[in-house]
Design a protein around this ligand. Structure first.
Ligand code: MLT
Length: 398
């Protein structure tokens, strides 16, 4: 009989968004005539931009002709896409070499898979509340986590404490779920801490395209020294509506080098390359070809148009909460709005209350950690009509 990875026994029974989908399906089965509005999982509603769709067609045609057909692609992803991403960083005044970029099928996979790079016995630090993938993927390989509190007291932006011990640190900014965004000085403090303590920062910037304040950093590599201590995960899911198409990228700097127990220099870039070439055969050519369009001038303009649409939704939600005197975080520079549950409700009570009374689905804060117990997350990724309707219903309820 095989010995099973019993670390799985330490996970919650189901993944947060599967649990929510299950509860909503159950509700819909029992109330087939009700019009349910989903502002729960951060899944986009606008279709892919024209630039991307045209490229998908073009790439499909290329695959149908012997002269342009592509089989297995290069292990890091196609050069044309890595170069386009490197140029995008450059336009944002950040220097990232195409060789430091690895194309993937999304930030969720890579933030989970990166755990392969780290041995046992590390102190892994995550904020609470936190995107559950960071926690679950560490639990799956038997690691314990150390939580640092993110709460209203620190504007949901925890800072390093000099006495804190950490080897691996997860940071997500703009944050999922709270919508909070670190400024330059705050990220500098984290980078300085990581360098001083020889820790690595796993920086999830999946929502960077939602930053509209030019003073806020969109990449950890905008911070001096970060290339010595950080890995960055990016995604086209929210930037370009690729939640179903799947494409992301991870930046592993060449300067990121740690010393093995025998004194050998270990390049994380080389190790990640070794890992990916063994366990991953790349994102499809068709998708990478379309993804490259996201970084052209016209492609970027079309993506920003969609992001503007979601920003307006965020404003509709934020305005409603303001009107009702409900305290919230995020909603600006972020697609998520994180609000305090009114009337002392806890977050799952709030979930049921909204679903049963106004058929609006959100995400209970408790699903992201204990500090989310009394908070609730709404996303701006719905359609404008649904967002307006959901807020009309919300306004009547409170
Ligand atoms: C979320 O709603 O938190 C995200 O959409 C989940 C994800 O990106 O995997």
């Amino acid at each position: 009989m095989p010995k099973i990875n019993e670390n799985y026994l330490n996970l919650k029974e189901s993944y947060l968004f599967s649990e929510i989908a299950h509860r909503v399906d159950e509700y819909k089965k029992n109330n087939p005539d009700k019009d349910v509005i989903r502002l729960g999982i951060g899944d986009v509603t606008l279709p892919l931009s024209k630039a991307c769709v045209d490229a998908l067609h073009d790439a499909a045609d290329q695959m149908g002709k012997a002269e342009t057909f592509k089989g297995y692609g290069p292990e890091k992803g196609y050069e044309f896409l890595r170069k386009a991403i490197s140029d995008y960083y450059k336009r944002n005044k950040v220097d990232v070499d195409p060789d430091e970029i690895f194309i993937s099928d999304g930030a969720k996979s890579d933030t989970g898979n990166i755990t392969d790079m780290f041995g046992s016995g590390n102190v892994v630090v995550v904020p609470d509340p936190v995107y559950p993938v960071y926690v679950d993927s560490n639990i799956m390989c038997g690691r314990e986590l150390t939580y640092i509190d993110a709460n209203a007291g620190n504007d949901f932006l925890p800072m390093p404490d000099k006495n804190m011990q950490a080897d691996v640190i997860y940071i997500c900014s703009p944050n999922n779920p709270t919508g909070a965004v670190y400024n330059h000085a705050q990220l500098k403090e984290w980078v300085d801490y990581a360098i001083a303590n020889q820790a690595v920062i796993l920086f999830d910037s999946a929502y960077e395209a939602f930053i509209s304040d030019p003073s806020l950093p969109r990449s950890i590599f905008a911070i001096e020294g970060a290339k010595k201590c950080a890995i960055e995960f990016c995604s086209l899911s929210k930037t370009a509506g690729f939640t179903g198409t799947r494409c992301g990228y991870t930046v592993v700097p060449k300067d990121l080098v740690f010393i093995s127990s025998t004194g050998k220099e270990l390049s994380i870039n080389s190790m990640w390359n070794r890992r990916q070439s063994t366990k991953f055969n790349g994102t499809s050519y068709i998708v990478q070809y379309a993804a490259a369009q996201v970084f052209t001038e016209e492609g970027e303009r079309q993506c920003q148009e969609n992001i503007r649409y979601y920003r307006e939704n965020a404003k509709i939600i934020a305005d409603t909460l303001k009107k009702k005197g409900i305290r919230f975080f995020g909603g600006v520079n972020s697609p998520y709005i994180w609000f305090e549950c009114p009337n002392n409700m806890d977050s799952w009570e709030m979930f049921d209350y909204l679903l049963n009374n106004i058929q609006v689905v959100g995400t209970p804060g408790a699903g992201f950690g204990k500090n989310g117990q009394n908070y609730f997350r709404l996303t701006s990724f719905g359609s404008k009509e649904n967002t307006i309707e959901a807020m009309k219903r919300f306004e009547k309820l409170f």
